[in-house]
Every structure is written in C-alpha cells, then in structure tokens.
Design a protein around this ligand. Structure first.
Ligand SMILES: [Zn+2]
Length: 833
C-alpha cells in the first residue's frame, strides 16, 4: 500500500513538473516577440487555452459570442488550492457585499482583482500585454496568488480589435514605417475602436445594449471584484495616465475608494520612476457618467480605474511622436504589463483592508432617498425591469396610496399616487448606491468640467411618472408577467394601441409578413373603447388576398404580447370610420441610411443597431463614396445620421435630394446633419443665432488664461435633460403626451420653422430638469425647434436636432424615430392615385 502511495506521489510530481515544462511563454507559443506584431484574436484565445491546459493556476472559460461570432472569454487565476475552492471563495466574497449566497459562513479573505483589456478595439496594446501578464502571474508571481484571485478578460471587444489588427497587418510596411505620413497610421472609417454595431463599449456598461456588455455583466455580477481595471490608449503624444482620477467624482464614491486609487497610483509611480517613464494623474478622466469601465465597477463597490497608454489606432508597431521620440508597441505593452502586475501586487498586500472596506461600501442606510416609485404603461415598466434584471437590482410592487416626495414630471416636491401597478425600487439593497446613481433626479456635480453627458436619470429616459421618497416604501413581489393571448375571431378588423417600442416591433413584424396596416390620425371610439391617434388598424378588407389573415395577425400579436381589439364593424361611434382618409395606410418603407466617410460612425451605428436589433426591420446602408450616383427610386426614406456633409451636399446634390423629396421622398436628418440644410435655398430651416450686441467696440479680454477652459463651458451643453413642449396632434408625436423630456446633447439651436410643423420645441424659458447646461447655451435655446417637419411637394424633410437613439438608452425617445419613418408622410400612394 505504502509503495502504491509513493508511486502515486512520484507520478503526481512528474505530471506537475511536466505541466510546467510544457507551459510556453507568449513568444514561444506565437513564434514572435510580443509587441512586434498584432496578434489575431483567435490566437490570443489559443494562447490562453494553452496556459489553462498547462498550468494548474488558471481556469479559462467562454462567456459569450460577439456579433461576428468571436469568443468572449475570461481567465480565473489563483493558487491551486484557491481554484479548488473557487466557488466558495466567490460566495464568501459576495456575502461580504450582502448578496445572499448560501455560502459556508466563512469570512471573505481573498482579494479579487478584475483586469479588462482592449475595450476599444484599436487601443490594441493591452491584449498583447494580457498574454504576458497571465504568463508572469503563473510563473514568477505565484506568491501573490495565494491570497488573490485575478480575473482577466483578455479582450472585451474582439470584433473591434480584429477590425483594427487585420487592417493593420494588411497595410503595414515591412519593417514598419514610423513616419506619420505612412498609411499604416491612418485607419479608414469607421476605425477599430467600436464593436460590430459601432457602439463604444466603454459607454455601455450601465445601459447594456450590446451583446458583449450583456454577456459580461452576467459573470461580472457573479464576482463584483474589489478592483477593476479598464485598459485604454490615448493619443500618441500623451504619456501614461493612471489613477487617481480627475474631478468631478460622483458623490457616492467613498473616501476609501478615492484613497485606495491614490495608493495604487503611487505603486505604479514607483515602477515608472525607476524606469524613467512619464505619467500623469488627477487630470482629464473623471468619475461621473455611470456607464464607463471605471465608474460602473466603482458604483458596484470596486476601486474602478482607467489606465491610458500613449498609442491607439494611429500608433501601429512604431510611430514618430511630435515630441521627437519613437513610440513602439513593445514599449506600450511594457507599460500596461507593469501597471497590471502592480495592481495585483498592491491588492495582495491589502487583502484585509479591501474586504473590510468592501463590506462598508454596501451599507446603504445613509442614502437620503430610500425609495423610487414609478407609474406608466406596462410596456415601459417592463422595459425598465429588464434593464434592472441585467444589473441584478431588485424591485417590487407598492400600493402605498399617496406618497410625498420629489415628483419628476413636476420637477418639484409634490404628491404622487401609487396603484397596484406601481413599480418600486428601494435603496436598502446591496446595489442601493447604483440605484441612487441611475434614478436620482439630478446628479450632484462637484465640477461641471466634464465632456460626457451629465444627466441620465432613468425615469426621464423611460418616460415614466416617478417620485423619489425619503421614506422607505413597502415592497411586495412584483407580479410576474402574464402573457396576453388573443383568440381567433371573425372580426372585420383589429385595433391595437400605439405608445411603446413593443407596439413598434409589432408593426414592423406585420409589415415584414406583408400584412397591410393603417393608423388613425385622430381619436376614435370603436367596440366601446376610445383609441388614441396612432392606434393601428388591421382590416380584413386591406388584406383580402391573404389566405390565413386571422391566424397570422393573431399569432404575431401573441408573439409580441399585444392586446388586440376585434372590431366587428368599421363604423366608429365617434371619430373616423375605418374607410376615412384619416385612417392612413402605412406603406412598407424602404429605408436607406448613409454611412462612410463624413458620417458619425457612432450615430450610424445607433441607427443600424436600432433597426436590426431593436425594431427588427431591414435597412439599406448607403456609402457616401457612391451616394452622388444612387438611384433614388430604390428608397423611400433617407436617414442622414449626424455628420459633416459640406462636401457631399454640394449644390447639385441638394438639388437632387430636393427633387426626390418633391416626388414623395423623405429625409430624416439627425443631430449635426440638420445643420446641412440650414439657410440652404429651398429649405425653411434657420439657425437660432444669439442677438448680436449693439456695442461693437472691442472690449479687453480680461479673462485669466488659467480659466480659459472653465470659461468656455458657458457655451456648452454636453448632455442634460430638458423639458420640451409637444404638438401631440402631429403623427411624429403619436403615443406621447403634451411634453417630452429630451436628452440635449449639444448647444445647436434652430429657430421655429415658419413653414412646416414644429413638433417638439422649447419656449421662452427652457427648463433644464437635470444635468449641466452652460448659461449662454441655455439662453440661446429659447424659442427653438427640437423636432420639426418641413413638407416639400409630396415629400418631407424631418429635422431631429436631438438624437433620440443616443447610445440606445433613451428608451422614451425611440418612438419619435419610428413615427418619423412609418407615420409621417408615408401614405403617398393615395396622393398619386
Ligand atoms: Zn479607450
């Protein structure tokens, strides 16, 4: 027996030494030195698999797939003993945050560090560094792993990374050319930064609109690390940035979170000083907007940090900087490698402190608002619930009668009536601080110098009535969803309401099936019910050639949870009958969307994603390269995303577009694209210019140089919430009420249209309900148009000064866009007949 045990022991020793002998460095495995070539994502995955197969200190898993079918992966790295008990370690850690886990009851005694690489695809040095880092951790830094678990996501954005790396590998000179002129330093549109749908994944953590984010949050929530690092790159002439971050900090960030950032920063500084590498801290990268890879983890209890290396999509394998030295990929990798390891080192030295402070973070009894209560349509509440589910934020139902508190729609303290459908989210839960960040009416700004949006309050974003209460509201389990089932009938038509994206998806699905649908431009009464303008009407008569009309309509309605009203007659008790010209047919529009050079890739991506992933309706992307030669008869709608169109829209092009509109075409111009039509011949649009001061004598500029940046923000709006007045009788506003809270993203301002319709607009004293808006910029907003329609001949041009599809999170703005596509001036065949 003893012999047998000895045999086993020897066998074990041989196996484990074989394992470590087989483990190869990235260079041995890939066949080139890290930093001398950009590694394809598939090879990065291969290397991590190799490490996991040949080291007992690594587990490697896939957590999802990208839009282009690349693997999303993460490695869990710790001592062999820890990995054996990894689930218990994880549960003890979550218990420490107050999350129920059925754990063993043991104290959390490990540090959890999460390193996220390459969120911006063309900031490609960090994934290379990830391979070196994992190798170093499991070979030379094993000591740290005794009390530390490191989770590495080697590439958050594989589609973007490969877009960049594949392009670079194709065009680079051999050996690489460091001249700024070389093609390898000029990435073509849209660049490798965003994901497949051209979303910036470092703006998507809180809204989780993208597959990468959704998949990541699932595993992120199973860990909630103590420390989270998001690796980036900045322009080639900036050196290295690491924490501590810049003001403004969100007020919920604890003193410990601030202090520990500085502690980590000092550890990095030690290594950088030793090597003589430059760095800066406390500037530029603030901690406010909750959807970044540093803030989101911070609001979930982490020390969340961004590290920025000089480089990015311009840098390639080597580039001559304007400061006179050559920046190489080898150097960029070395810096990210150093800060990654330094982070793990400092974590392993502070395990006890990290755990005790982590526990304190989740004590949420100091928050002044204890509950947020929301009323609104079932569809909008359901949309909000699915967002909360992604963050594992708990909610319930409350029927507490009349509540006092801050009333969002009135923008002041006022009563709020709850009912059996009121949704309530309390802050006395582990994620209470994130609840505050996402729901509070107005984020406190310690400094207004930030260049991202300063307002995102979810009740406004989802178009819900809401109250923030200082009292904790009773909270019962929210009703689970009961599915709506429509039964077959012999109705002469069906009626369905119109006020949500689910209604819009229903319409898109009907049109795709070739079912003809109408909408009412006026209120009407049928079957004892009042239907608002915008309500959909699907008649047997319009669809008489369709054999299985009833079955099809009912099946699609059930799939979308729509409650149909079966109308036995087209005769309305009041309002238009089904045959009235006020009940307009909805043609199936062929939608072209401009993309390419000159177009904002982000806005094009938002529109592309909206149609394909949200509405499920096809589009035809049209490149600006060949736009001037297109056959306009192949599209009904042209969407012009934000962008600079000065060279594209020359006199001739404008003439072509205009004559197409006259024939019944429709242009939807968004954001900056609106400006392309301002003051142009034949278009009614004009900029809202501030009054020019009468005194034209030159005045001395006594603004101190040091305050120049602060002074300039008076003219800025970078994202605040503003109350607009609506013309709810216009088809573009169907499904909305008398007002709408718009996310204002710029200080662009246009006068009311003198011909055409002003659909959403600001009056004499624009009311900014949340976020920062510069004093001058706010003044210039007076009496300006936000959404407008100008009719030209049989067609229209629709101006959307604010972009309702911004980052796909402003849920309540999306229906304007749907209305613009499907309702506004979309029944031209009647005119032609
Ligand atoms: Zn970045």
């Amino acid at each position: 027996m003893k012999k047998f045990i000895l045999f086993l022991l020897i066998n074990c020793l041989i196996t484990s030494s074989l394992i470590s002998q087989n483990l190869q460095s990235p260079e041995q495995f890939l066949g080139y030195e890290i930093g001398t070539q950009f590694t394809r994502h598939a090879d990065v995955v291969n290397y991590f698999e190799h490490v996991a197969e040949n080291s007992n200190l690594v587990e490697y898993s896939t957590y999802g797939k990208t839009n282009e079918n690349r693997q999303l992966t993460y490695a869990t790295i710790s001592s062999e003993e820890n990995l054996k008990n990894i689930d218990e370690i994880r549960k003890n850690h979550l218990s420490n945050a107050g999350v129920n886990t059925n754990n063993s009851g043991n104290q959390a005694d490990k540090a959890i560090v999460w390193l996220s690489y390459n969120v911006h695809g063309n900031e490609a040095s960090s994934t290379e560094a990830a391979m070196q880092t994992v190798y170093e951790l499991v070979t030379n830094k094993k000591e740290w792993l005794k009390n530390t678990v490191v989770i590495m996501d080697p590439c958050i954005n594989p589609d973007g990374r490969d877009r960049y790396a594949n392009w670079y590998n194709q065009v680079k000179a051999s050996p690489y050319n460091a001249s700024l002129l070389a093609a390898e330093h000029h990435e073509p549109w849209p660049g490798g930064r965003p994901n497949h749908y051209l979303f910036d994944l470092n703006r998507d953590w809180a809204w989780a609109t993208q597959v990468e984010t959704k998949a990541r949050l699932k595993i992120y929530n199973t860990w909630l690390p103590h420390i989270h690092v998001d690796f980036h790159e900045q322009s080639i002439n900036d050196p290295y940035y690491f924490a501590p971050a810049a003001e403004p900090f969100h007020e919920i960030i604890t003193p410990f979170q601030r202090d520990f950032q500085a502690e980590i920063g000092k550890n990095h500084a030690k290594y950088f000083d030793e090597k003589g590498w430059l760095y800066f801290t406390k500037e530029r990268f603030d901690l406010l907007y909750p959807s970044y890879g540093d803030t989101y983890p911070t609001y979930m209890g982490s020390i969340g940090m961004t590290y920025e290396q000089a480089g990015g999509g311009q840098a390639g394998l080597g580039i001559q900087t304007t400061e006179g030295y050559e920046l190489t990929l080898v150097d960029r990798v070395a810096h990210h490698f150093t800060t990654g390891l330094s982070t793990v080192e400092i974590a392993s030295q502070n395990v006890e402190k990290l755990n005790s402070e982590f526990n304190k973070f989740f004590q949420n009894d100091q928050l002044s608002y204890k509950s947020y209560a929301l009323n609104g349509s079932a569809d909008k509440i359901a949309a909000l619930k699915s967002l909360l589910d992604l963050h594992e934020i708990k909610y319930g139902a409350t029927n507490s009668g009349k509540i006092k508190g801050f009333n969002y729609s009135q923008n002041k303290q006022a009563d709020f009536n709850t009912n059996e459908n009121t949704l309530v989210i309390n802050t006395n839960q582990p994620k209470g601080k994130m609840v505050k960040v996402l729901f509070e009416p107005n984020t406190k700004l310690s400094d207004s110098l930030t260049y991202d949006i300063t307002a995102w309050s979810l009740p406004y974003a989802y178009g819900l009535e809401a109250v923030a209460s200082n009292k904790l509201l009773n909270n019962t389990q929210a009703d689970s969803y009961t599915s709506i089932v429509n039964n077959a009938s012999n109705a002469s038509g069906y009626i369905s309401k119109w006020d949500s994206m689910e209604d819009a998806r229903f319409l898109a699905a009907l049109l795709k099936e070739g079912i003809k649908v109408r909408y009412s431009t006026l209120e009407f009464e049928n079957e004892g019910q009042i239907f608002n303008p915008g309500s959909l009407i699907i008649t047997k008569s319009d669809n008489r050639t369709l054999k299985d009309f009833n079955t099809k309509v009912i099946q699609i309605a059930n799939e979308h949870g729509r409650q149909l009203t079966a109308a036995t007659s087209g005769f309305s008790k009041s309002g238009p009958d089904f045959g009235s010209s006020e009940i307009k047919i909805i043609n199936q529009p062929r939608v072209g969307v401009l993309r390419g050079e000159g177009v904002s890739s982000l806005n094009f991506g938002e529109i592309w994603h909206f149609f394909e992933k949200d509405l499920h309706y096809p589009i035809t992307p049209i490149d600006t390269d060949y736009f001037k030669n297109i056959d306009f008869s192949l599209i009904d709608v042209l969407v012009m995303p934000s962008g600079g169109y000065n060279s594209l829209l020359n006199e001739e092009a404008l003439k072509n577009i205009k004559s197409w509109i006259k024939e019944g075409g429709k242009v939807i111009a968004i954001g900056d694209a609106v400006g392309s039509f301002s003051g142009k011949e034949g278009f009614n649009l004009k900029e809202n210019k501030p009054e020019i001061k009468k005194d034209t004598t030159a005045t001395a500029n006594l603004i101190p140089y040091a305050t120049r940046e602060r002074e300039s923000i008076k003219d800025l709006i970078t994202g605040s919430i503003i109350k607009t007045t609506l013309d709810k009788t216009h088809p573009m506003a169907f499904g909305y009420g008398d007002s709408y809270f718009s996310l204002k993203l710029s200080s662009d301002s246009y006068s009311y249209l003198s011909e055409g319709y002003n659909i959403a607009y600001l009056e004499d004293s624009p009311e900014v309900v949340s976020g920062f808006a510069g004093s001058e910029a706010t003044k210039n907003m007076k009496n300006s148009m936000i959404f407008g329609e100008e009719q030209i001949g049989n067609g229209s041009i629709i101006y959307m000064v604010d972009n309702p599809l911004f980052r796909a999170f402003w849920e309540n703005g999306k229906l304007f866009f749907v209305n613009a596509v499907f309702f506004v001036n979309n029944d031209t065949y009647r005119l032609k007949i």
